[in-house]
Structure formats: structure tokens, C-alpha cells
Design a protein around this ligand. Structure first.
Ligand code: FES
Length: 158
């Protein structure tokens, strides 16, 4: 499998940042996903070979992280935390509001391919609960009004 020259350079640089190559696995998977659109079987195999891992070891990591996907998903991946801190501060209403506004449920995509919605475990933003992540951006202290603003912002970016 062939990655872009830019990604090849990034990979080459990444492995120099860690004492063992396998530590570069998660960032390599994220960068590959950004370029390819998902973690396909080919991506799993290619990265496993580069890091001296088995395909199964890579798949185990892919299945653990909610940021990693084995199939293409909507352009904006909305991950709503419903873990304890967020749940106590209204995360379920936030998630329900997204479901109503987008007309989709957990792990579904809008028909235009713009949004993917997921309910996830803690995203490390408990102090600002309820919180969510859209791709690499965090949105915190959410209210249903803020949800509407978040959706409008990403819709206008298309
Ligand atoms: S519980 Fe939601 S960010 Fe930690």
C-alpha cells in the first residue's frame, strides 16, 4: 500500500520520537485514517509491518479507541461523552438533542455524509462537563443552545 510523500515523511519522523517503534502506533493510525478515510485491512497490515507488530496487535488497538474507524464515516465525527461527570451534568439530554437535530442514532451517519454521531466514554474533559469532541476539536460546558451553535458552525464549513 502506498501513502502520500507527506505522510511517509511524518511516519519517518514519528518513529524517532519514541524509544520503541510500537509507541508510534496510535498517532500513525490517526494520520493514516486522516489520509485514507478509515483503518482498512491494508492500513492495518502496512502499519503492522512498519512497526514490527502483528495485524492482530494493531486490530486490538483499533477496536479500543473510539477515534479509529474501520469503515468511512461522516466528515465531522461528533463524539458525545456520556460518562459519569458528563452524565451528572446533562449529557443524556445533549446526546438526545443531537439525535433529534441530526435524525440519526449512535454510530450512524447523516445521509449527506457530513456528520457521524457517537456516544463515547470519558474524553478527559470532565472539569468542563458535559463535553464532546468533533474530530480533533473539543466543545465544553454544553447546553442544547451550544449544540445548535456547534452544528451550525460545522455545517457552514462544509
Ligand atoms: S466524564 Fe465526560 S469528559 Fe470525562
Amino acid at each position: 500500500m502506498k501513502f502520500s510523500d507527506q505522510l511517509e515523511k511524518r511516519f519517518a519522523d514519528l518513529v524517532t520520537h519514541y524509544p520503541v517503534k510500537r509507541s508510534a502506533l496510535v498517532p500513525m493510525l490517526l494520520y493514516a485514517q486522516d489520509e485514507v478515510g478509515c483503518i482498512s485491512d491494508d492500513v492495518v497490515h502496512e502499519i503492522a509491518e512498519r512497526l514490527g507488530l502483528t495485524d492482530l496487535e494493531v486490530r486490538n488497538v483499533v477496536s479500543y479507541y473510539s477515534m479509529l474507524h474501520t469503515r468511512p464515516i461522516g466528515k465531522y465525527n461528533i463524539q458525545v461523552c456520556t460518562n459519569i461527570s458528563c452524565m451528572l451534568r446533562g449529557a443524556e439530554q445533549i446526546f438526545d438533542h443531537f439525535r433529534k437535530r441530526l435524525g440519526i442514532g449512535h454510530k450512524q451517519d447523516t445521509p449527506d455524509g457530513l456528520f457521524h454521531l457517537e456516544e463515547v466514554e470519558c474524553i478527559g474533559a470532565c472539569c468542563w462537563a458535559p463535553a464532546l469532541q468533533v474530530n480533533y476539536d473539543f466543545h465544553e460546558n454544553l447546553t442544547t443552545e451550544k449544540v445548535d451553535e456547534v452544528l451550525d458552525r460545522y455545517r457552514s464549513r462544509q
